[in-house]
Design a protein around this ligand. Sequence first.
Ligand code: PAF
Length: 286
Amino acid sequence: MQIFTQIADIKTALDFLKKENLSIGFVPTMGALHVGHLSLIEKAKTENDIVVCSIFVNPVQFNNKEDFDKYPVQDDVDIELLKKNACDILFIPTVKEMYPEAPNENFSFGQLENVMEGAFRPGHFNGVAIVVKKLFEIIKPDKAYFGEKDFQQLMIILALVKQFNLDIEIVLCAIIREPDGLALSSRNVRLTEHQRAIAPQIYALLKNCVEHSVIASVAEVKEEFILKISAISEFKLDYFEIADENSLQPISSWEDSKSPRAFAAIFMDNVRLIDNMKIFCNFAKS
Ligand code: PAF
């Protein structure tokens, strides 16, 4: 595996590979790699000649300083993991290399950014768009891989690609879960043993929503989820929403959407967990 820290160097190396007509699959990460990231890398390897990963904890996408300060960093472990998996090239720049000057671009994603993560984490998606656009310009991949756990981020990135006519295929990858259902996340390592034992309830309650959507209204499904989460003292609900998965706009009736999805963001102390699940069994679909 080749490792680059400088933009100019990785661009030169990739230009050479592109001249050889080799296809590039790109997996951007913020490090603290887990099996979810490795599954993206594996998928990228089956669809491309070369897999490029990046590790960059992007300061401008954190709206909460404590979340940024406590974001797990384990570069040595990550590098070993990438070497053992299908990563061919790692880009691991410093903040100064990525942002010699504070970035000040302002993106607009309309209704996609005004709800859920966009509403609860002001500036977050602008920061994601800044870094992803810059990484895309550096790597110029044929395909880039993103997990559905950050579903709204995925929609924002699809919009970014469309807005700037980027010639990159975005590959959506299913959420990878622990055997007990907890969605894999770099933040999971910050949970105490006790919190970790309770966290899979988020998955269980999302599943419950899907099951109940067959017989209950949107309002009833939402109320039940919120009540059950509130009954667990370790959880503090940030938001729960049932929204159309394409427009991300909340729905009030199953008839409002052909593809509804449930979205949750929940704090366990200062660790924020997000998860989502497609609701497929409702009357609107039959
Ligand atoms: O999903 C992430 O890990 C980050 O938001 C990303 C896409 C690597 C941008 O920093």
